[in-house]
Design a binder for this molecule. Sequence first.
Ligand SMILES: Cc1ncc(COP(=O)(O)O)c(C=O)c1O
Length: 363
Amino acid sequence: MKRFCPNDLALPNVTGLSAYVPGVQPSESGWTKLNTNENPYPPSCRVANAIGKECERLRLYPDPTSKELRHALARYHGVNPSRVIVGNGSDDVLNLLFRTFSGADRPAGWTVPSYSLYPVLAGIQGCVPVLCEFDSDIRLPAAAIERCGANIFFLTSPNAPTGVAFPNREIDRLAGRFPGVLVIDEAYVDFARESAIALLDEHPNLVVARTFSKSYSLAGIRVGYAVASDAVVALLDRVRESYNVDRIAQAAARAALEDRTWCTETIGRILATRQRTLQRLAGLGWHTYPSEANFVFTRPVEATGRSGKSAAADLFEWLRAGRVLVRYFPCNPLTEAYLRVTIGTDSQMDRFFERVKSWPKNA
Ligand SMILES: Cc1ncc(COP(=O)(O)O)c(C=O)c1O
């Protein structure tokens, strides 16, 4: 009998796929973790309460449509519940969008650089990626997107990893001209000035994806959602796994959403720390993009005045050796000279700057 070889049986686009590489999650304590844009503050204490109560009902399946959470999100955004879909993290929502609107003859597009999960989801679909490159000022390449021919286009705003956000007036114009589905991935929008949710009524082709992982401090629970037209949500609902969001996650997200005071307070603290961090980086003379997210993207400079790929790689290693984790993206000319640093607490940022100060190339 022929030897069993799963690679011969799997889809060629899956055997050729490189998996998404998440940021490191160290298992031991003692790290200053500024690498995965988590919120440094705990979630609202109402979350623990809600989870405790939900534990009594764990023998029952969750609501398959996350009905109460959908309704709460619909009230929050002032839309009909039929325009909201909830997912197992916004990654699940992005996956639903790729599965519904992209395939071998349905190209998907995104800007470069942006979220490195998009190529993986496109690869699983076997779809042709259509890439629209940023210039070094990270200006929206609107004309290129308009005529790129993608069936669905993903625009991360605020952008990852730079933190630059695109104004609604530019997104408005783009949504009116782009003939396919335009997804605005707003994972970081609660740290920004405006959201494209305000544009949804004007543009039935617009989808806004959001997450509870960042501003609500619930990365460990996995809840995301999208707001779109009824017709788009109805399609995504056909593709969605029937119990895609568990009971604990639905209850936790509802509780977090209700506690506006806690959410506003922690966002305010992060914004204040971001402002101080930007000032300190400017003091070092490092170019840092204007961030509307809970991270900054900065270009380290050696004492010799040299910056570039080797400086960024060297500082990344130096920080890691000192148990300070940040994120480095060496594979793109626009990102190779920069480090992405999550905004933590003030004392975490002090630790980051202490380590920068002792960087041998800074001496
Ligand atoms: C741009 C962007 N979109 C989506 C996500 C995924 O968020 P979630 O935790 O909701 O899956 C992330 C996570 O870091 C992200 O950076």
